[in-house]
Design a protein around this ligand. Structure first.
Ligand code: ADP
Length: 602
């Protein structure tokens, strides 16, 4: 096994490190780690492309500037990215590159990492970047895996790793059900803090894997699985360092002496928070978040459906139930191939051939699972005391059983380690890491998502499913689809799993995705979130009225960031210094992420 030093070091605990694992998940994390290293064949990386220097800055100027920043932040808080790239794994994730690289891993790398310890120090970094015209890229914890992780869009940017030293929970208000956080607070940490305070009446909401930053996930519009799953909708109040170094507080935070920053998100005047999510207009240094009241009981349920064609009818059944709040959390309909992969076994255990895994093999293995063979599995949760749950569960049962062959799986028949119980915990706001398992489907497993938004209609689900299936077959990629119903819309989430050490497979995945995005946009479906290398293409699909929205974003960019230093290119928004120089990544860019330099700022 390669990387034996990494494989043997223990999983850091939350009590030791802001990004560590809570005690109650330690054993599970140790097991997850074994799975990761057992399927790793990738040799230890050497660095071939050193030094990494930001575009538009001379090498000696850059190194002098880094020295100057070191005198402000402390030399130990400024680090060059010039050592071999250690991949680690989810719990020991790198801030030097994208752990799930889909292009050459030395392409999307920062030149240096800096660790500010306060909002004032973030301002210092921003002023420094403006002085030398050095691009910077903020991350909270860098666990945005599948979307770029810690990597910057522009090679050689200086990574502003906020989480390492800014990781305090500033407040948990048990009367208002709110909290105020710094960027390095993970879902793990927030959950543990609420528990430690004995606030049984408060719940948090967590995504599939709970190690990411609450702020990082929220500003990238990530989701969770309680009724508070739309994280962006549930935040209240931001503190932001603008690209020119000023600090603002949004909403009620702008009113000195207020006590409603975390309870009334809007304040007075234009609602400016929106421009700080999925953008490059500022660095969020504090964020308020609302917390859910403990509903007084909960009960997970699972149904299976036998035929691929059941999808259409199921989605039609789900829509009124979800909008009517009988289905109370994100409704998830997952394909059987995922049921196999989430067992954590490599694909080779079931099938060694090329192309997609044959359906008869999938069903043969699925028949041996505790829930039995199926084509679709629905995971849901009902909240409230028993009599309230019963009312809703009876309606759900009657509706779901209209689909011939539908089966309600009795949770009592599912063993303790079954995936069902991980979904149960997540939908109750208890963080988990079970979801990491399906990445072991491939050696050196990585994933990247196709995630178009559509109406909750059977016809749309069918169209998207067929589109995804056709392209996956064309590129020989196993299909892992899940339909996730928000409230009035549905995302199809397809995770493409690949060997990140195999350039041919990386290319196949990227080509497949570029086609999928194009096909979906041609039918009126757009991505809700995407990886760094796909952002230009996705932003380009939102092009109504001759690209009026992107032009508006560029106007904002030029006004807020005249030197073009803040996360250039993120979400397809390029500062004027980079425009018309071939920085945008398209179908023909291949592995190259870089354009022809930057124009000097007058
Ligand atoms: P997580 O650790 O929660 O998965 P990341 O720190 O990787 O999240 O953040 C996801 C993306 O959101 C990053 O790539 C970055 O561009 C953006 N981002 C994260 N934190 C901030 C922040 N505090 N201010 C501005 N943008 C941020």
């Amino acid at each position: 096994m390669s990387f034996s030093d990494e494989a043997q070091s223990d999983v850091p605990l939350l009590s030791e490190k802001h990004s560590g694992i809570p005690d109650f998940l330690l054993e599970k994390a140790r097991k997850a780690k074994i799975g990761v290293f057992e399927t790793r064949t990738k040799p230890k990386a050497s660095r071939n492309r050193l030094p990494v220097i930001p575009h538009g800055v001379e090498e000696h100027v850059f190194f002098d500037a880094l020295g100057e920043l070191g005198t402000q932040l402390g030399a130990e808080n400024v680090e060059r990215n010039d050592k071999p790239l250690k991949d680690g794994w989810y719990e020991v994730d790198p801030n030097t590159h994208d752990l799930m690289a889909v292009v050459d891993e030395e392409e999307l790398v920062p030149s240096a990492m800096v660790y500010p310890g306060s909002t004032e120090e973030v301002q210092q970094v921003v002023l420094w970047a403006n002085k030398y015209h050095i691009p910077i890229f903020p991350i909270s914890m860098g666990r945005n895996l599948g979307y770029g992780g810690a990597a910057p869009r522009v090679r050689g940017s200086v990574l502003v790793d906020l989480g390492r030293r800014m990781n305090k929970i500033l407040d948990i208000n048990s009367q208002d059900y709110t909290c105020l956080l710094e960027p390095g607070v993970s879902f793990f940490a927030l959950h543990e803090a609420v528990k430690a305070k004995g606030y049984d009446h408060l719940w948090i909401d967590v995504p599939d894997v709970g190690g990411g930053s609450v702020i990082g996930n929220t500003v990238d519009r990530g989701v969770g699985y309680t009724p508070y799953g739309d994280h962006w909708a549930c935040h209240s109040g931001l503190e932001v360092v603008l690209p020119t170094g000023e600090v603002i507080r949004t909403g009620m935070g702008a009113l000195p002496g207020n006590n409603t920053w975390q309870t009334f998100p809007y304040g007075f005047g234009p609602y400016s928070d929106g421009i700080f999510s999925q953008s490059n207009f500022g660095i969020v240094t504090k964020m308020g978040m609302t917390l859910m009241p403990n509903p007084g009981g909960y009960e997970s349920f699972m149904y299976t459906f036998q035929k691929e064609d059941d999808l259409d009818q199921m989605i039609e059944i789900i829509r009124p139930l979800r909008i009517g709040n009988i289905l109370e959390n994100v409704a998830q309909l997952r394909h059987v191939t995922q049921s196999l992969a989430v067992s954590g076994q490599p694909r080779t255990k079931f099938y060694e051939g090329d192309g997609t895994i044959p359906e008869d093999i999938v069903h043969k293995v699925a028949a041996t699972l505790p829930a039995g063979d199926h084509c679709w599995a629905y995971y849901g949760m009902s909240y409230g005391p028993p009599h309230i749950r019963r009312y809703k569960l009876d309606i759900i049962d009657a509706e779901f059983k209209k689909v011939p062959g539908a089966r309600r799986i009795d949770p009592a028949t599912l063993p303790e380690g079954d995936y069902f119980w991980a979904r149960d915990r997540i939908a109750a706001g208890i963080p988990d890491i079970h979801e990491l398992r399906w990445v072991n489907w491939m050696p050196n497993g990585a994933h990247i998502a196709f995630s178009p938004v559509s109406p909750i209609r059977g016809a749309d689900a069918k169209k998207l499913y067929e589109l995804a299936k056709r392209r996956h077959n064309e590129f020989g990629i196993d299909l892992f689809p899940a339909f996730c119903v928000g409230l009035r819309e549905m995302h199809l989430i397809v995770e493409l799993v690949y060997d990140r050490d195999d350039p041919k497979r990386r290319k196949a995945v990227l080509d497949c995705l570029r086609n999928l995005i194009e096909d979906a946009a041609a039918c009126g479906y757009g991505e809700y979130r995407t990886h760094l290398v796909l952002m230009d293409q996705v932003a380009g699909t939102y092009n109504w009225n001759d690209g009026a929205l992107l032009k508006f974003h560029e106007k904002l960019k030029d006004a807020l960031d005249p030197n073009g230093i803040m996360a250039p290119g993120r979400c397809g928004i390029w500062p004027k210094q980079y425009r018309n120089r071939g920085w945008e990544m398209t179908k023909t860019s291949g592995e190259n992420t870089q354009g022809d330099g930057v124009a000097p700022t007058p």
